[in-house]
Design a protein around this ligand. Structure first.
Ligand SMILES: Cc1ncc(COP(=O)(O)O)c(C=O)c1O
Ligand SMILES: N[C@@H](CCCC[NH3+])C(=O)O
Length: 415
């Protein structure tokens, strides 16, 4: 069930009309539904009783209040930087449920993570193993490590968000996995506990996950035969959502299919790192139409949000449904591009849309809760939008719209 629906001809977020939100908080802004986030999280949690564990991928949406909602539900977290660890702790998350992924962990990030007592490092190279071993030994600590192995499967998604092919920078190639595990097992300050992989994002089929899992289980069996016993397998994130007419598998079907593969491996806990599946459809971006520019073949609907606020269409030609907040009919006869004010030809939110819109109208860009605000920037010296969390009939401001002065407060004029 979507928490964003028309009531009396006006798009609502839970019980609050979008028109009220725009009046009170201005545009552009991101609007999230707490109920939707909770519902999406519960779908994972219910399928993954302990010792299995879901770890929300913080990069998808790292607003403190979003993390807080999940922390209150007992979530684990998948992070990719020291900054994300700090955010999770700031939001009340449990360090003991943090897994630390990423190809380029710096010394200071590793030190910070060890001191914070995170659950484990998902390690991506021999060099990183050696660095973690050295730092942990010097601190007389033991770092729990899992190796991220690249299973070399085609995730059948956009090439920029496929990560499980050998051509990608991520993980340890399957062919080198055994020797890297042997290295890990012999290094001081490390406890080798698991294996992980992440083959890509926005996957709409189960098969690539199952294919990757077969390869990972074969590796785990070979390791066991050598006396390296692992206790968990982390299959990463990547479950897709419906932006348009995609039909991603239901969470329960996806997890049951993965758990089904574990019947012969009762010692293994399954970890997952969902990001998009938790937050994408729990958020929209609200923007107001500034101008309509008509031309012979197509019109331009020029709105107050641009690629700096919402990068996915420009970066991946990603499709996001765009609705007029006031339900409209019929649709326009000539297609329109919905474009922003940024000085780039690639600054668009949607191409060839049939949406009816006039100057002053409010539009909602759907499925914007994941990789929306998280990838925003200040390009063109534009302040980043406000973020709001709707909770029933309450609207909480969870991030103020930036003020211009903040944009240059760390800059200095020459003496
Ligand atoms: C290691 C890792 N885990 C989890 C995720 C979250 O992915 P998604 O948002 O597709 O679930 C990503 C990003 O793709 C990732 O790189
Ligand atoms: N940022 C991408 C997903 C990449 C995930 C990174 N591991 C998107 O918007 O779809």
């Amino acid at each position: 069930m979507s928490e964003f629906v028309y009531r009396n001809g006006v798009l609502h977020a839970e019980q609050t009309p979008m028109t009220t939100i725009a009046e009170n908080f201005g545009t552009p802004c991101y609007v999230y539904s707490r109920a939707a986030i909770e519902q999406n999280w519960r779908a994972f949690e219910e399928q993954l009783p302990a010792p299995h564990q879901a770890c929300y991928a913080v990069k998808a949406n790292s607003n403190l209040a979003v993390l807080q909602v999940l922390a209150l539900m007992g979530a684990g977290f998948d992070v990719v930087s020291g900054g994300e660890i700090a955010r999770v702790l700031q939001a009340g998350g449990d360090a003991g449920k943090i897994v630390f992924s990423g190809v380029g962990k710096s010394r200071s990030e590793i030190e910070y993570a060890l001191d914070a007592g995170i659950a484990q490092f998902n390690v991506e190279s021999s060099a990183e193993l050696e660095r973690i071993s050295e730092i942990a030994s010097a601190r007389q600590l033991v770092a729990r490590v899992s190796l991220r192995v690249n299973p070399d499967v085609d995730a059948k998604t956009h090439p920029y968000i496929a990560t499980g092919l050998e051509a990608n920078k991520f993980g340890i190639p399957m062919g080198e996995a055994m020797q890297t595990y042997r290295l890990a097992a012999g290094l001081p300050g490390l406890q080798v506990i698991g294996a992980d992989c992440h083959i890509g994002s926005q996957l709409t089929e189960i098969e690539p996950f199952l294919d990757a899992m077969d390869r990972m289980l074969q590796l785990i069996d070979k390791l066991a035969a050598e006396g390296i016993q692992l206790t968990h397998l982390d299959m990463g994130g990547g479950l897709g959502v419906a932006y348009a007419d995609e039909k991603p598998p239901a969470v329960a079907d996806y997890i049951q299919a993965l758990l089904g593969k574990l019947v012969d491996h009762p010692q293994l806990a399954l970890y997952l790192e969902p990001g998009r599946a938790i937050v994408a459809n729990a958020g929209v971006m609200l923007t107001r139409v500034e101008y309509i520019k008509e031309s012979e073949k197509k019109d331009f609907v020029i709105v107050d949000a641009g690629m700096n606020d919402m990068l996915r269409p420009s970066l991946y030609q990603a499709f996001h449904e765009i609705l007029n907040v006031r339900e409209q009919s019929p649709s326009r006869s000539k297609p329109a591009d919905i474009v922003g004010p940024v000085c780039e030809t690639g600054d668009f939110l949607g191409h060839n849309r049939t949406i009816t819109a006039s100057a002053g109208d409010l539009l909602a860009v759907k499925s914007a809760g994941a990789y929306g605000f998280a990838m925003s920037s200040n390009y063109n010296t534009r302040v980043r939008p406000a973020e709001l969390m709707v909770d029933g009939d309450q609207v909480h401001i969870i991030r103020q719209r930036e003020q211009l002065e903040q944009l240059w407060q760390s800059e200095h004029l020459l003496p």
